[in-house]
Write a protein that binds this ligand. Sequence first.
Ligand SMILES: [Zn+2]
Length: 285
Amino acid sequence: MDADSGGYFSSSTLFKTSLLTIAFSTFYLYETRRQTTTPKPFVVKKEPVTAIKLKPVIIKKKKTIYLTFDDGPNKGTRKVMDIMDAENVPATLFIIGEHVYGSKEQHAIYDSLMNDHLFEVANHSYSHAFENRYRRFYELPDSVVKDFERCADSLGLKSNIVRTPGRNIWRIQNLSCTDIVSTTAAADSLQKKGFKAIGWDLEWHFTNDQRLVQSDTLLLQQIDSLFAKNKTKTPNSLVLLAHDRTFLRPADSGALHRLIIELKRRDEYNFETVSRYPGIEEDGR
Ligand SMILES: [Zn+2]
């Protein structure tokens, strides 16, 4: 092999190499440009998914029932307390001063009432109208006031809420009424002395031998009806009057228990003590 053929071979190789370099560079430039100019595929930007939080549905209990029990402490009072405690329902007990001092057991019941947060104790006079001598009692307004003061002082009651024995009398803010006109002067005297008298919308009646007159089913219907017809003293508020002593027998305490369970089942009903009654404005527990 001579020098020319060797030079030719070298030149040819160099030429081919140059061509390849040019071709490669051209391809590289084309490819680089293609990659930089090709539009990126359109991507829908997804917002982070946030869980929609629904507010819990709260059923507002618009109607309030004020359970009140009069004339304790007596043998029926523990029955009432046991039922209210079992159902965790508050109640107001209008106490007769004389009954607290009637026996050791009655005094013990009174102490239990005062130490149970479910119960509110209020004043039902000391002597219960000179032991049910209603006409004579209400003829003497000053004596009426003194009888309530005696009850409050002897028991150290902080509450000035009272219920008048045997008479459905109301003397609170914006509500003043009396079922028997002859008691008006006594009711006014109580109010002047700062007492707040609360009556009732519905009574659970009883017979002479202390048995309930209405069944729990009938009483429930009466409660529903008074609310529905707006016949309570204050709209959406109902004061129920019952008496401790009528719940001594199992059949009658059973009726009270069934009534409370049924009332609790109704979503619309709420329970409160009378110091929460509209217009009372007192926290006298
Ligand atoms: Zn009474």
